[in-house]
Write a protein of this length. Structure first.
Length: 509
């Protein structure tokens, strides 16, 4: 059997022609020819001037897409790029801010907004699965040749986001948030069963340290490519001096037979060897910092008890605490006075049983369904019980789309109770980054990034375009979820879903 190969190439800047040559040479070396429906999945979780290092750059994608065109076989029916960006944001807005539209137009490449596509059910069979099936947008399910183009970044939930973690964007909002909790690594490992890429090319020219939405730029100057996702992620881990087996989703995918992590089982080629790549990445910081430590020295005191016991975790790495870290960093970008404006606030996660050092009048927020506390706050007895629902009770077929304007109203309603009391729970599992941004906006009377005047017009335009399209599909009876057996996955049982916004009105107030 062919050994997995990882190719490490030097690339000092975002020159599309240079990336094209590197990607074409890699495709030649790996003897790969795009065919049928070829789909490229970037990481476009957030983009634009406030998030310059969070996403796969369009120059990089242009190079890879041109190389795929160069190497296409006569059977190529479609070359497309598809993504679901960070939840609640229209993917149209993320693509617009990332400048993907002019790039795709120049190249004649189709764009898929996964939040507007029919969702296809893919059954899982491996014994360790969290669920019996996962949903994914139809273009992913029917792709004949799948190309993963992630961004080389650290991650506060999963340590790193390389190739495998990029799969969180092959689900729409309804399904992405299910199991996005203390078992997130298992979810990412399960997502591997949907599809495996024939080719991977990561944007490591300017990598992202520390966080995933607002990473600190790290001049790595590398384009890394390969043909096996586990081997690829393992080599990326080694480049930053991390044991790949310490990253749970990589370990699980390896144990399930998706590929090797042992360097002796991987061919590493290119114009830099592993030691040279490691020298470039020296000092790269990953993102696994507990929330208590993250907020030390600020007006926010965080307290984290364990999440529910399934999975045996003592901290919810994949859910609410990490979302709070991302939320504060976003707010700091939009409002430089964030830290000074924020009053003393106490935020509690999980089943916490230590002291809460709140003075009378200071606000205490219990974040997430699993928050539980029986004790004193500012000298008064407080009892908060968990309202966590076991994941077995969460049916993906009943998952609802969460609209950003609806979230603003809901979070606002939750926090209004803080006017008359000092304690509030914000429900959800997870409470998303967007909701925690909105909560902090209210608590600190900060600028709301969703209403930022420099972006209000394109955001609203993309939002209305997105919602109008999905609404028209329903009104016109277009089979929004027209899924039957896909051409490529003809053996897969599939199931129709209602449109993602069927329960959410278009009107906003
Ligand atoms: S409520 Fe939040 S902290 Fe608790 S399990 Fe869910 S995601 Fe984790």
């Amino acid at each position: 059997m062919k050994r997995p190969t990882v190719i490490i190439r030097e690339c000092p800047d975002y020159d599309p022609e240079r990336v094209r040559v590197l990607a074409r040479e890699a495709l030649e070396y790996l003897d790969l020819h795009p065919t049928g429906r070829t789909l490229v999945k970037p990481n476009c979780v957030a983009s634009g001037p406030h998030f310059p290092h969070a996403y796969t750059r369009p120059e990089f994608l242009e190079g890879v897409l041109r190389a795929l065109q160069d190497r296409a076989d006569p059977g190529l029916k479609e070359l497309a790029l598809g993504e679901r960006c960070g939840i609640t944001i229209p993917t149209r807005f993320a693509f617009d801010q990332a400048k993907y539209y002019p790039m795709a137009k120049r190249l004649g490449v189709k764009l898929y907004h996964f939040d507007e596509e029919p969702q296809v059910q893919v059954p899982l069979y491996h014994p360790e699965r969290l669920r019996d099936a996962l949903f994914t947008p139809e273009p992913v399910a029917r792709a004949d040749f799948f190309v993963n183009c992630p961004k080389f970044k650290a991650h506060p939930w999963t340590t790193v986001t390389f190739s495998m973690k990029n799969y969180i964007g092959i689900q729409d909002d309804r399904h992405r948030l299910i199991d996005h909790d203390h078992r997130l690594n298992e979810k990412v490992a399960d997502l591997q069963a949907i599809i495996q890429p024939q080719f991977i090319a990561i944007d490591g020219i300017i990598a992202g340290e520390g966080r995933m939405l607002t990473p600190i730029p790290f001049d790595l100057g590398l384009v890394i490519m390969g043909d096996n996702q586990v081997a690829f992620d393992a080599v990326c881990c080694h480049i930053i001096g991390l044991d790949p087996l310490s990253v749970d989703h990589i370990r699980m995918a390896h144990e399930r037979g998706y590929g090797p992590v042992d360097l002796d089982a991987i061919d590493i080629v290119g114009d830099l060897d592993l030691a040279q790549a490691q020298a470039r990445a020296k000092g790269f910081r990953t993102g696994l910092i507990r929330v208590e430590d993250y907020f030390e020295g600020t007006n926010i005191s965080a307290y984290a008890g364990p999440p529910p016991t399934d999975g045996g975790h003592d901290y919810c790495w994949g859910g609410c605490p990490g979302a709070l870290e991302e939320a504060i960093e976003i707010l700091r970008l939009y409002d430089t006075g964030t830290d000074s404006k924020m009053p003393r606030v106490h935020i509690v996660f999980g089943a916490y049983d230590g002291p809460i050092n709140a003075q009378p009048g200071e606000k205490v927020v219990f974040m997430g369904d699993c928050a539980r506390y029986h004790g004193d706050v500012a000298g008064k007895p407080v009892q908060i019980d968990s309202i966590y629902r076991d994941r077995s009770t969460k049916d993906p077929l009943e998952a609802k789309h969460a609209d950003i304007y609806a979230k603003m109203i809901t979070v606002g309603m939750h926090l209004r109770t803080l006017n008359s009391a000092d304690i509030v729970r914000i429900a959800g599992c997870p409470v998303s980054v967007a909701e925690q941004v909105l909560a902090l906006v209210k608590l600190g009377k900060l600028r709301n990034p969703y209403l930022d005047p420099t972006q209000a017009l394109p955001f609203t335009s993309c939002y209305l375009s997105w919602r109008t399209r999905t609404l028209m599909s329903r009104i016109l009876g277009v089979p929004y979820n027209k899924v039957g057996p896909t051409e490529r996955g003809a053996a897969r049982p599939v199931q129709n879903l209602p449109p993602p916004d069927a329960d959410t009105p278009l009107e906003v107030s």
